[in-house]
Design a protein around this ligand. Structure first.
Ligand code: NAD
Length: 486
């Protein structure tokens, strides 16, 4: 599918998707979606208003009772069809992700498969009821625990995984019997709109899934969180916006799941298999050009192997082909927008000014679009801003350590706690270290932790709750306890 263009998707909605209908914004407003490879306008989509948000809540409310009462098997079959349809259309989905987000096609294909898998996993989970019955300790009554859908959910997603962050929420919400309003990121609304089409074709009834692109996201999301019919917010995005939304949600005590930022440490111990560590580092750092919450952000390498690790990492980084995401041979696409590219450069220049050494990269290439060169920085001083911030770009800062305690201390020295990576040949040592690292997930001799069957999420300011796995569905269910005499 070389030279892919939007016209190749005949049924892509470019307006809001509310109550099973594709409708313009109430005030007729639209906003542009850009191609990160050139900065040119790809197309425009309807810009949802507060009035549209209320219409979406009405639609989700109207569909809620029937969807909650739909047999789990039927909900499961619809989700399974969504998996099949998305799999059939995987090349279109991947190209669309690549067009609007910029990521290289291999990354976009990986995301598409990962995203579809949430429909399959939750199709399977939908029929595994999880209530319980037990005798009260006094013997006087039975304790019956029912699990019921939490209700109408507002789902807010980021631009870095426009398909997977949506399906990771929609899959369990629909399996649990909830109706949803998805507010995709303004940089990447198209993939979410295509998801709506796929779900409709799979048989999702009108109003169960509503998609509301909106540039005035603050006003639109706030209005929904203040409507008493809305019972849950599931947010994936920055910690900064997460904090704002937790405050907004407090007024109606809305149930919140938060998947926020990360600052992942990547530890290479003195006994690590260096080939495996470099391979894992490339995945943990370069998937999505570093635009992942799970991206390795700080490489702590034992002094005995730091020179060799840095040399091999630099060799691999400098050989990566940078170009437009949709071109078949591209390995690193552009970053999502101008601000992202400028921010990455500012962090790199700040580190250099503080004494870091650029081994490869270290600059924006001289071409149109929002590119950054794959970069390795050595001798990064502790306290450099780049070690405290999410880089969200293809930049690997390397720091050496001399003993394990020092490595753990540095790794945990962050307000984030999403994921950590450890490379060691000694599994017991790796497991002991996993316990000491303050993060919700650990990659032990693995550079990729994301798996639809596993509970994804963070500690500290990286979030609240888990997505994926069995736990991911519990976030969309309320436990109702019934005390029964019999
Ligand atoms: P962002 O926080 O800027 O935006 C996320 C979403 O929130 C977007 O849809 C945006 O339009 C919306 N938004 C922004 N301001 C808002 C407001 N005031 N009220 C309501 N909604 C608002 O994040 P981003 O730049 O799109 O994504 C990158 C961030 O997402 C990074 O911090 C990354 O670590 C994080 N992320 C986390 C995970 C995870 O699972 N933990 C996964 C992917 C991305």
């Amino acid at each position: 599918m070389a030279d892919f263009s939007l016209d190749q998707i005949s049924d892509l909605p470019l307006d809001l998707y509310i109550g099973g209908k594709v409708v313009p914004a109430s005030d007729g407003g639209r906003f542009d979606v850009l191609d990160p490879a050139t900065g040119a306008v790809l197309t425009s989509v309807a810009d949802g208003t507060v009035e549209d948000a209320m219409a979406a809540v009405d639609a989700a409310d109207a569909a809620a009772a029937d969807w909650a009462a739909t047999a789990p098997r039927e909900r499961a079959e619809i989700l399974r069809r969504a998996f099949d349809l998305m799999t059939e259309r995987r090349e279109e989905v991947a190209h669309l992700i690549s067009l609007e987000n910029g990521k290289a096609l291999p990354d976009a294909r990986g995301e598409t498969a990962y995203a579809a898998e949430f429909f399959r996993w939750y199709a399977e989970e939908a029929v595994r009821g999880s209530g319980s019955v037990m005798t009260a300790p006094s013997g006087a009554n039975k304790i019956v625990v029912l699990r019921q859908p939490v209700g109408i959910c507002v789902l807010v997603t980021p631009w870095n995984f426009p398909a997977a962050m949506a399906t990771r929420k929609i899959g369990p919400a629909l399996a649990a019997g909830c109706t949803v309003i998805l507010k995709p990121a303004s940089d990447t609304p198209l993939t979410a709109l295509l998801m709506a089409r796929i779900l409709e074709d799979a048989g999702v009834p009108a109003g169960v899934v509503n998609v509301l692109p909106a540039r005035r996201s603050g006003a639109v999301v706030s209005a929904m969180l203040h409507d008493p019919r809305v019972r849950k917010l599931s947010f994936t995005g920055s910690t900064e916006v997460g904090r704002v939304l937790l405050r907004e949600a407090a007024d109606q005590v809305v149930n919140c799941s938060m998947e926020l930022g990360g600052n992942a440490p990547f530890l290479v111990l003195d006994d690590a298999d260096l080939d495996a560590a470099v391979e894992g580092a490339m995945i943990a750092k370069m998937r999505n050009a570093g635009e992942a919450c799970t991206a390795a952000n700080r490489f702590y390498v034992h002094e005995a192997v730091a020179g060799e690790f840095g040399r091999r990492l630099a060799e691999q980084m400098s050989s990566m082909r940078v170009g437009p995401g949709t071109r078949d041979d591209t390995e690193v696409g552009p970053l999502v927008n101008e601000e992202s590219a400028a921010k990455v450069d500012q962090l790199v220049q700040g580190a250099v000014a503080a004494g870091a050494r650029v081994v490869v990269g270290g600059r924006r290439p001289d071409r149109e679009g929002f590119y950054y060169e794959p970069t390795v920085l050595l001798d990064v001083p502790l306290g450099a801003e780049i070690l405290g911030e999410e880089i969200f770009g293809p930049v690997a800062p390397v720091i050496t350590f001399t003993d394990e305690d020092e490595a753990v201390r540095m790794a945990n020295d962050t307000e984030y706690g999403l994921v950590s990576y450890i490379y060691t040949r000694d599994l017991a040592r790796g497991l002991r270290l996993s316990e000491r690292l303050d993060s919700g997930m650990v990659g032990l001799n693995r550079g990729l932790v994301s798996d639809p069957a596993a509970p994804f999420g963070g500690t500290k300011q990286s979030g609240i709750g888990r997505e994926g796995g069995h736990e991911g569905m519990l976030d969309y269910l309320e436990s109702k306890y019934v005390a029964v005499s019999w």
